[in-house]
Write a protein that binds this ligand. Structure first.
Ligand SMILES: Cc1cc2nc3c(=O)[nH]c(=O)nc-3n(C[C@H](O)[C@H](O)[C@H](O)COP(=O)(O)OP(=O)(O)OC[C@H]3O[C@@H](n4cnc5c(N)ncnc54)[C@H](O)[C@@H]3O)c2cc1C
Length: 394
């Protein structure tokens, strides 16, 4: 019998663990039938998206060459997928030379992910969207600090040493902490007073971390304060122009740089690709991640609406949920191939890990109705393990 071809579209934090899980689970396929896995991604390498703020602060490399993930039976194709034809069981993509190519599948996994939400162009500032904007952000604040060294006007110098981070979800919290620590270190090395560095985190809600209990939000507030971040609650940035950030309460903040971290939206390429979508633009699947109305097509990760059939709770756009879905998908695919009943989606326990710069972090887990909190070096180590797990580096 011929080998099965399983195509995975998207090598992000859900697609890569899915590749690993499917490879592992299908090892025991009957009739000596093998599986050929083809990973298709538009990027030249895997981007460790959960760590985007690391190159913005400290210049860390977050791209991993696809060759790291290739092994026997696994191939990589660089291309931008434009459509799925489930009738013909083929997908169409554009390669690096702009050529349209069709490729057939027996099984298809859609893991097209999300993109970072951006404000309108006239709202100014810079959004932390990808490795290039992270590099640009790092260059901007470092150039500003160098200019501050020779700036004699106190007000101007203060502005050059100030950053506003607009949006206080997990990525805004992590970005502001890492930036404050990196800027203080750089300022001191340039002979500036590190206490003159100001990083404002603008939170549109009345407290941090609405996903968990209030005391965790307060703890985060305190830990951010220790990193040198000033959190302003109930403040939404409206616009940045010429170094002045206008807030929705009429106040103004002068800052050398305004960075937007305002969340994620499902990948817009999904519109028109040929898959059934919810009104929010996510792929519609059943409780085993099978795309509605299409056979042998599965979808997981940020691009998918996945609901726990027992509780009605929908998964969020997080890599921890995407990784768990990927693990289950391996078992589902094997069960479907063998005609057995497949495992059903189940929400994971409430847990969050937040990195706040080298050796600082907070992990919160709710279990048996108890709030378990870990902070400091151990939390940081756990967070790093989670980052590595999300890119299947361990
Ligand atoms: C700054 C930041 C911090 C975050 N921190 C955390 C955190 O601490 N914890 C957490 O759980 N989550 C976090 N997240 C969310 C997490 O990154 C996402 O939930 C996760 O990346 C989702 O994985 P995914 O594979 O579904 O999508 P993605 O990681 O977005 O991967 C999608 C892949 O599809 C590829 N692709 C897109 N379009 C095409 C196309 N047309 N053709 C071919 N390939 C295509 C992309 O290149 C990409 O490789 C963070 C996100 C950001 C931006």
């Amino acid at each position: 019998m011929n080998d099965l071809t399983c195509i995975i579209i998207g090598g992000g934090h859900a697609g890569l663990p899915a590749l690993k899980a499917i490879k592992k689970e299908t090892r025991g396929l009957a009739n000596e039938r093998g599986i050929r896995i083809v990973l298709i991604d538009k990027q030249p390498s895997h981007v460790r998206k959960v760590m985007l703020f690391r190159p913005a602060a400290g210049g860390e490399e977050i791209m991993i060459p696809w060759t790291h993930y290739l092994s026997e039976g696994v191939e990589f194709v660089q291309g931008t997928v434009i459509s799925v034809d489930s009738g013909e069981k083929q997908i169409r993509y554009t390669d690096g030379q702009g050529k349209d190519i069709c490729i057939r599948y027996d099984l298809l996994v859609v893991a097209l992910g999300s993109i970072v939400r951006q404000p309108n162009l006239d709202q100014g500032g810079i959004t932390l969207t990808d490795p290039q904007t992270a590099i640009d952000i790092r260059k901007r604040w470092r150039d500003n600090l160098r200019k501050a060294v020779s700036e004699t006007n106190l007000k101007e110098r203060k502005q050059l040493m100030t950053i506003a981070v607009a949006g206080a979800g997990i990525s805004g919290i992590e970005t502001s902490a890492e930036l404050a620590l990196a800027m203080k270190k750089k300022a001191a090395s340039l002979g500036l007073d590190s206490f003159d560095v100001s990083v404002y985190l603008l939170n549109s809600q009345e407290r941090l971390f609405p996903e968990g209990p209030e005391k965790i939000g307060q703890k985060l507030n305190q830990m951010l304060h220790e990193c040198g971040v000033i959190v302003l609650h109930n403040r939404k940035a409206l616009q940045e122009e010429a170094g002045v950030v206008t807030l929705d309460n009429g106040e103004h903040l002068t800052a050398g740089l305004c960075i937007w971290t305002i969340g994620l939206i499902p990948n817009p390429v999904l519109h028109g690709i040929g898959l059934p979508l919810t009104s929010d633009g996510q792929v519609m699947v059943d409780e085993c991640y099978r795309v509605q109305g299409m056979s042998d097509v599965y979808s997981i990760g940020d691009c998918t609406k996945i609901v726990d059939p027992r509780t009605g709770k929908a998964d969020q756009m997080t890599c921890k949920e995407g990784s768990m879905q990927a693990l289950r998908l391996g078992k589902i695919v094997m069960a479907d191939l063998e005609g057995r009943s497949a495992p059903v989606h189940k929400s994971m326990m409430e847990a969050f890990g937040i990195g706040l710069g080298e050796n600082r972090g907070l992990v919160w887990v709710r279990k048996w109705n108890l709030d378990i909190v870990i902070t400091g070096k151990l939390a940081w180590k756990l967070k790093k393990l989670a980052w590595d797990g999300a890119s299947t580096l361990r």
